[in-house]
Design a protein around this ligand. Structure first.
Ligand SMILES: CC(=O)N[C@H]1[C@@H](OP(=O)(O)OP(=O)(O)OC[C@H]2O[C@@H](n3ccc(=O)[nH]c3=O)[C@H](O)[C@@H]2O)O[C@H](CO)[C@@H](O)[C@@H]1O[C@H](C)C(=O)N[C@@H](C)C(=O)N[C@H](CCC(=O)O)C(=O)O
Ligand SMILES: Nc1ncnc2c1ncn2[C@@H]1O[C@H](COP(=O)(O)OP(=O)(O)OP(=O)(O)O)[C@@H](O)[C@H]1O
Ligand SMILES: N[C@H](CCC[C@H](N)C(=O)O)C(=O)O
Ligand SMILES: [Mg+2]
Length: 506
């Protein structure tokens, strides 16, 4: 059976390379404004691929001109034509040396056409949105499916994981062309179930519009990406696109019930005609009755209908219970039996760099790496370790450059309020002046000390650990680099924490 699947996959990939489609087949019937335009000769053009970046156009491609944050693709039509584009799809008719077809939403066209061009995706796809927890939920959902015997994959911030891959990725939600190429490859490799993260950028830019979703989920909403979305309401509206535009009517919408924005998410999903399934303490699909926190695990009592499960979740952090419930909700909504889902929760492995225990001192002080790079996440992670910390909570963190400046003082205030020792350091300053970023955090963190170099900050924090203390190195999680200016130097919080712990022992 494997041999068959493999050889089919190979054929298909081979086919992909020489593949072409008539423009009218690529467009399908979702763009009424294109119908008349496709009846002409343009509809019969053979299209060899799609690109929204003129620099990547190959002969015979359709160039989709989209308006971006920095430029408007319509300004690159001449460039695309020069590289052999067969046709342009844009928001307005433009005079050009090749046919230009106008659609209302070029980004949506790009996604739908990419889905049709690559043709296949895993049979059961789910997507999760929310400010925090997406990567964890996508990973846990994949793991629950895998325990239930399905060939499962996940796509998100940490990359792609499938039975045959573990690849680092650049974006949380890939651009539509890479996404559908990847989905077709996964389907050809035999993957039947895939979970993906729906970032607010991805939703806003219609990157997921071609994905056929069986279910979707919402975790929570907090402050994030205020450099991109004009208001928090606009940010929430982008997230709710998952329910009101993408999820087919009547499909399960799994919603975490205990967040301040839960009611609004429930309303959006119900208004869109979905089968709303809430999870959490206030949840009715999966109801959390009780949690006991231990150092490296938590025991949760979960009610599903009339059944009661007592589950040992091998992860630290209250928020991880929320994430496991959302993941179990998605897995059960796509056919996993409750008993199998609950059994799988006992085997979960945390996503890399999400409150991940990297090591401990000889006195047993714990050192964690975590990806909290936004206010709510920092608040959650610091609160999460307090119950099992008998000594001090020590945190090392910074804020990224060229990103939302407003979060800097907010995170500074949270750190001083919830930790006993705070060290402010650099986290991808990018094109900004690192000292200026730190100063904006420090302005609201009078308790903090400042150590610019992240490796030094980590070494000093590890050196001060005493029995009962907990160290959180926050903000970079799984990342493998530190971006200063335009250069990314290799850097890993995991490696630096390990090195510092080793130095202590020697
Ligand atoms: C802000 C943002 O989301 N930008 C994304 C967006 O680019 P853009 O539309 O802003 O591009 P632009 O530079 O204004 O150019 C407009 C158009 O002209 C085209 N162009 C440009 C130059 C040229 O010579 N020829 C040409 O055709 C561009 O390809 C583009 O299509 O569309 C591009 C194609 O899909 C993405 O690669 C790009 O992601 C950039 C790299 C990025 O950093 N995005 C981050 C912020 C992001 O999306 N993050 C989220 C959330 C992360 C999380 O919190 O988890 C994610 O999903 O990863
Ligand atoms: N359910 C949750 N509630 C609050 N904070 C959480 C939750 N889940 C995770 N976190 C915090 O957010 C960090 C990132 O978690 P995760 O990667 O799962 O979320 P994400 O939504 O994918 O984030 P990103 O948008 O940055 O990719 C964790 O390291 C933790 O600090
Ligand atoms: N997806 C997020 C990750 C931020 C992680 C943090 N380490 C930083 O660089 O700010 C972003 O690109 O805004
Ligand atoms: Mg993520």
């Amino acid at each position: 059976m494997n041999i068959d699947a493999d050889s089919r996959g190979a054929d298909r990939l081979q086919e992909g390379k020489v593949h072409s489609m008539k423009l009218r087949d690529l467009a399908g019937d979702q763009f009424p404004e294109l119908e008349a335009q496709l009846e002409g000769p343009a509809g019969l053009l053979d299209i060899s691929g799609l690109s929204s970046d003129s620099r990547h156009v190959a002969p015979g491609n359709a160039f989709i001109a989209v308006a971006g944050t920095k430029a408007d693709g319509a300004g690159f039509i001449v460039d695309a034509a020069g590289r052999g584009a067969a046709v342009v799809i844009a928001s307005q008719p433009v005079d050009a040396s090749i046919p230009v077809l106008a659609v209302k939403e070029p980004r949506r066209f790009l996604s739908i056409a990419a889905a049709r061009f690559y043709g296949r995706q895993p049979d059961t796809m789910v997507a999760v949105t929310g400010t925090a927890g997406k990567t964890s939920v996508a990973s846990f959902t994949r793991q629950i499916w895998a325990h239930a015997g399905h060939a499962a994959a996940m796509i998100g911030t940490t990359g792609v994981v499938s039975p045959t891959r573990n690849e680092y990725g650049a974006l949380t939600t890939p651009d539509p062309v890479s996404l559908h190429k990847l989905l077709a490859e996964l389907a050809d490799e035999g993957v039947t179930h895939a979970s993906m993260e729906a970032s607010s950028h991805g939703l806003d830019q219609s990157r997921l519009d071609g994905v056929k979703l069986a279910a979707a989920a919402f975790t929570n909403l907090g402050r994030d990406h205020m450099d991109y979305h004009p208001t928090v309401e606009a940010y929430m509206a982008a997230k709710m696109r998952l329910f009101d535009r993408l999820l087919p009517k009547g499909a399960p919408a799994v919603i975490f019930a205990d967040d301040a924005w839960s009611a609004q998410a429930v309303k959006a999903a119900a208004d869109a005609g979905h089968d709303v399934r809430t999870v959490g303490r206030k949840g009715d699909y999966l109801t959390l009755k009780r949690v006991e926190h231990f150092r490296h695990k938590q025991t949760a009592e979960i009610h599903i209908g009339d059944e009661i499960f007592e589950v040992d979740i091998p992860l630290a952090g209250d928020f991880q219970v929320a994430n496991t419930l959302v993941a179990a909700g998605l897995a059960m909504s796509t056919g996993v039996e409750p008993k199998a889902a609950m059994a799988a929760l006992e085997k979960l492995v945390g996503a890399s760099g999400r409150l991940e225990l990297v090591g401990h001192t000889k006195d047993g002080a714990l050192a964690y790496v975590d990806y909290a790079h936004k206010p709510d996440a920092l608040e959650n992670v610091l609160n999460s370790v307090r119950p099992f910390t008998t000594g001090r909570v020590i945190v090392v963190f910074g804020c990224g450059g060229d990103r939302d400046r407003g979060k800097r003082p907010i995170m500074g205030e949270i750190a001083c309020r919830l930790a006993d020792v705070v060290i402010v350091t650099d986290d991808n300053p990018r094109s900004e002046e690192p000292a200026a970023i730190r100063a904006e955090i420090m302005a609201a963190a009078p308790c903090a000390s400042e150590i610019a170099d992240r490796a030094t900050a980590i070494r000093e924090a590890v050196a001060m650990l005493k029995s009962g203390d907990t160290l959180i190195v926050a903000g970079k999680g799984h990342e493998e680099g530190q971006t200063i200016g335009a250069v990314t130097l290799p850097f890993s919080d995991h490696a630096e924490v390990r090195k510092a712990l080793e130095e202590l022992k020697s």
